[in-house]
Ligand binder design. Structure first.
Ligand code: NAP
Ligand code: HSE
Length: 430
């Protein structure tokens, strides 16, 4: 009888996601053998602190020495769930160059150093898989790279951050405060160790850079993505949005325009009947449009221990099959174009504008005049009751070049009639 094949792996990190990955490797032992024809054994687990007690994990597996893993020729797969840029970038580059396959959930790394990692993967003829880096359990990287490769994609739009979607849902549905909702999201394991990257839109921006690069076969890096988070969204914005028939979501959107790629992350008023409006809690969803495929939508759990571990382990199983069939490293970077990324000011949006103005004759006419002179056309306007001589105006514009809208706001801010700009949020639609 032929000897059973064993594939040895090292797990880098055993925090939220790593804990889930380890649990799945223990639960799925026989299944993995049946699915791939080989047993998976986690030989080493890299941590910062070897002395920390970790429930259900044999202490003998823990190490704080990367070199020990790198030197161990038995280890064929490195599963990286530590996070951060360095020393992870150096470690994964070394692993790939040494011919070790890499599976990672690290969007920070992919969104800025994807090109370097793919170069190393090519050098080592290795697989580099990162399904878990975007939208947790939802398969989106593989569909974009493989299933939709002939679809001539023109747009990818989605809710790709579980923490902010959870916060906005709790604020809109339970009237919960921002701080309390963030605390809950953190406790549930959705938030990054520093939640600034969630709430400021950086996490979604990194995921968008990765998706845009694959969808349009042209490298987009995180610093090229315009990002705006949810920290300025108030209960009033949510209430007014509802009055107009909208919900507020943090939207990541990339479009292939004639003069370049648009990549933006920001809160957006979505019509209540839009499919993304019903995506609640930590769920994520990605909408894609292509000339050939038309519309397609992917939805599922975008964050949390087991959903993310599920995506990581899917990649590990794929990698095992590739090892067994000697077909590692077949799908490379894929960025064979060099398209420009458009400055955000040259893109167009509709806007929701909430301002406080002096309640006196001609105030609204003044405001409308400045907007009109700057090419900003008003689609809807509502004036709320005046209090202490100050009236609240809520305006929704038609699509306008962002540069012109910003010019109008700058001029308005210099006018004595304008007391405060209380909210500016983009609105879905063209
Ligand atoms: P986490 O809970 O903070 O766990 C990080 C783990 O990595 C810990 O075990 C830590 O060791 C270890 N570690 C960190 N830096 C290290 C270093 N320099 N050397 C050795 N070990 C190190 O993080 P997480 O939430 O699991 O996230 C891990 C990765 O998955 C990140 O890239 C994150 O963006 C990504 N991700 C997370 C989610 C999610 O829902 N949480 C979803 C998708 C993707 P110690 O235990 O000794 O501190
Ligand atoms: N912090 C991320 C989120 C984890 O909330 O979506 C998943 O990438």
């Amino acid at each position: 009888m032929a000897q059973e094949r064993t594939i040895h792996a090292a797990l880098l990190g055993i925090g939220t996601v790593g804990g889930g990955v380890y649990k799945l490797t223990q639960e799925l032992g026989e299944d993995i053998l049946a699915k791939t024809g080989a047993r998976l054994v986690i030989d080493r687990i890299l941590v910062r602190d070897r002395t920390k007690k970790r429930e259900g994990v044999p202490a003998a597996l823990l190490t704080d020495s990367w070199e020990e893993i790198l030197r161990d020729e038995k280890i064929e797969i490195v599963i990286e769930v530590t996070g951060g840029i360095e020393p992870t970038l150096t470690r994964l580059t070394e692993a790939l160059r040494a011919g070790k396959q890499v599976v990672t959930a690290n969007k920070d790394l992919l969104a800025e150093y994807g090109a370097q990692l793919f170069e190393a993967a090519e050098e080592g003829h290795c697989d580099l898989h990162f399904e878990a880096a975007v939208a947790g359990a939802i398969p989106i990287i593989r569909p974009l790279r493989q299933s939709l490769a002939a679809s001539q994609l023109t747009e990818v739009m989605g809710i790709v951050n579980g923490t902010t979607n959870y916060i906005l849902t709790r604020m809109a549905e339970d009237g919960m405060g921002y701080g309390e909702a963030l605390e809950l999201a953190t406790r549930l394991g959705y938030a990054e160790s520093d939640p600034t990257s969630d709430v400021e839109g950086y996490d979604a921006g990194r995921k968008l850079a990765i998706m845009a690069s694959i969808a349009f076969n042209s490298r987009v890096t995180f610093p090229q993505v315009y990002t705006e988070g949810i920290t300025k969204i108030t209960a009033e914005d949510i209430r007014y949005a509802r009055e107009f028939g909208y919900v507020i979501k943090l939207i990541a959107m990339t479009r292939l325009a004639r003069d370049g790629v648009e990549v933006k992350v920001h809160p957006m008023l979505l019509p209540e009947q839009h499919p993304l409006s019903s995506v609640r809690d930590s769920f994520n969803a990605v909408f894609v449009h292509g000339k050939a495929c038309d519309d397609a939508m992917f939805m599922g759990r975008g964050a949390g221990q087991m959903p993310t571990a599920s995506a990581v382990m899917g990649d590990v199983i794929d990698t095992m099959r590739n090892i067994l069939h000697h077909s590692c490293g077949k799908i490379g970077c894929g960025c064979y174009k060099n398209l420009p990324v458009k400055p955000v000011e040259d893109t167009s949006s509709r806007f929701f504008l909430r301002i406080q103005v002096t309640d006196k004759p001609g105030a609204l006419a003044n405001i409308a005049g400045i907007l009109g002179n700057n090419d900003v056309s008003i689609a809807q306007v509502v004036q709320k009751k005046s209090r202490d001589g100050v009236a609240e105006l809520v305006i929704i514009t038609d699509p306008v070049r962002e540069r012109h809208f910003n010019d109008a706001i700058r001029i308005l801010q210099g006018m004595s009639v304008l007391k405060e700009v209380s909210g500016i949020i983009r609105v879905y639609g063209s």
